[in-house]
Design a protein around this ligand. Structure first.
Ligand code: NAP
Length: 300
């Protein structure tokens, strides 16, 4: 049987602004498949990262100046912490190729539109994106080509975005192995606030609380760390700058979900105080059902 004909590259040149876990994973998929882009240009904040990108063979060209990095690109992908987006967009805006698509992988989406759109010329398309895939590791060594396989990527184009640009980004992420959903940025931010941002806030907080305990207890916490605490420490090991930026750029939705969670936690505390066994059991049952639903959806 003959091999299926490989598809033509979707883009001629993609520019990655940021080549950490996510950016380098995109570069790796692009290298492996060959049908995402003919050429990859990488940009990072530091020379050290660009040197490593070169050593790993992840890009055809490396550029420390973001304006030069995007000059020939028909797709520009911002893969830096979201707090850096406004300055990056301002730097690249005047240098973008007419007809180019600007997209990103940031974990917040209303702030991304707020920070990028004002800097784009009229003939450039903004299609923000968020691959719902990651690990607690950072940097160009942390990426791998399979990161997006079987995961969701959420696209949040502002109203009026060219449907062809949206379709191209859909194909891009599908070729990366992801399933794509297009939604409004406000909806995205509320969804990720509960499924990602609040769990991280709780993990950072619980690790801080444990760390605040007296030395003797702290040793015990670490020594006898049970799987519950261990799972929190894995989440809490994430990059501080990235998470600072996420919390500050999804402030409203995160605070709303935290308020709801706090009410529910208070209700659980009341059940514990008053010995309401049925309430406690019911909540644990619900947790188990949600876990099973994730397993059934292949997202566990
Ligand atoms: P990362 O591994 O820490 O890499 C960040 C990259 O951005 C590095 O190449 C870094 O360059 C560059 N960078 C940092 N600050 C910059 C600045 N001020 N200006 C320009 N470039 C800068 O981060 P990541 O985990 O790939 O995350 C990147 C984006 O993906 C974030 O917006 C995050 O919200 C989103 N995201 C992350 C995950 C996850 O699980 N990690 C999942 C989904 C989405 P240097 O190395 O030279 O500093």
């Amino acid at each position: 049987m003959s091999e299926p004909t490989p598809s033509a590259p979707l883009f001629d040149t993609i520019a990655l602004l940021g080549v950490g876990l996510i950016g380098s994973s995109i570069a790796r998929v692009a290298r492996k498949r060959g049908d995402l882009a003919r050429r990859i240009v990488a940009n990072a904040r530091t020379e050290a990262t660009l040197r490593r990108v070169q050593e790993l063979g992840l890009a055809d060209a490396c550029e420390i100046d973001p304006a030069r990095a995007v000059a020939d690109a028909d797709c520009v992908i911002l893969c830096a912490p979201v707090g850096a987006y406004a300055a990056l967009a301002e730097a690249i805006g005047p240098h973008l190729k007419p007809g180019a698509i600007v997209t990103d992988v940031g974990s917040t989406k209303q702030s991304v539109i707020r920070d990028i759109l004002p800097h784009l010329p009229e003939n450039v398309h903004l299609v923000p994106g968020h691959p719902m895939a990651g690990t607690e590791f950072s940097g160009p060594d942390a990426g791998f080509a399979e990161l997006f396989e079987g995961r969701w990527t959420l696209l949040t184009p502002p109203p009026g975005t060219d449907p062809e640009a949206i379709a191209k980004m859909k194909t891009f992420w599908q070729r990366c192995g992801a399933t794509v959903s297009v939604m409004d940025a406000n909806h995205h931010d509320r969804v990720v606030a509960i499924v990602s941002h609040l769990p991280h806030l709780i993990a950072f907080t619980i690790c801080g609380t444990a760390d605040d305990l007296a030395d003797e207890t702290r040793q015990e916490v670490l020594q006898f760390a049970a799987s519950g605490f261990r799972d929190f420490t894995r989440i809490a090991a994430s990059d501080p700058v990235m998470w600072r930026d996420i919390f500050l750029n999804n402030r409203e939705a995160l605070l709303e979900m935290l308020a709801r969670f706090t009410e529910d936690a208070q209700a659980m505390a009341r059940a514990v105080r008053w010995g309401d066994a049925a309430y406690i059991e019911d909540k644990v049952h619900r947790g188990r059902k949600i876990r099973q639903a994730l397993i059934d959806l292949n997202q566990a």
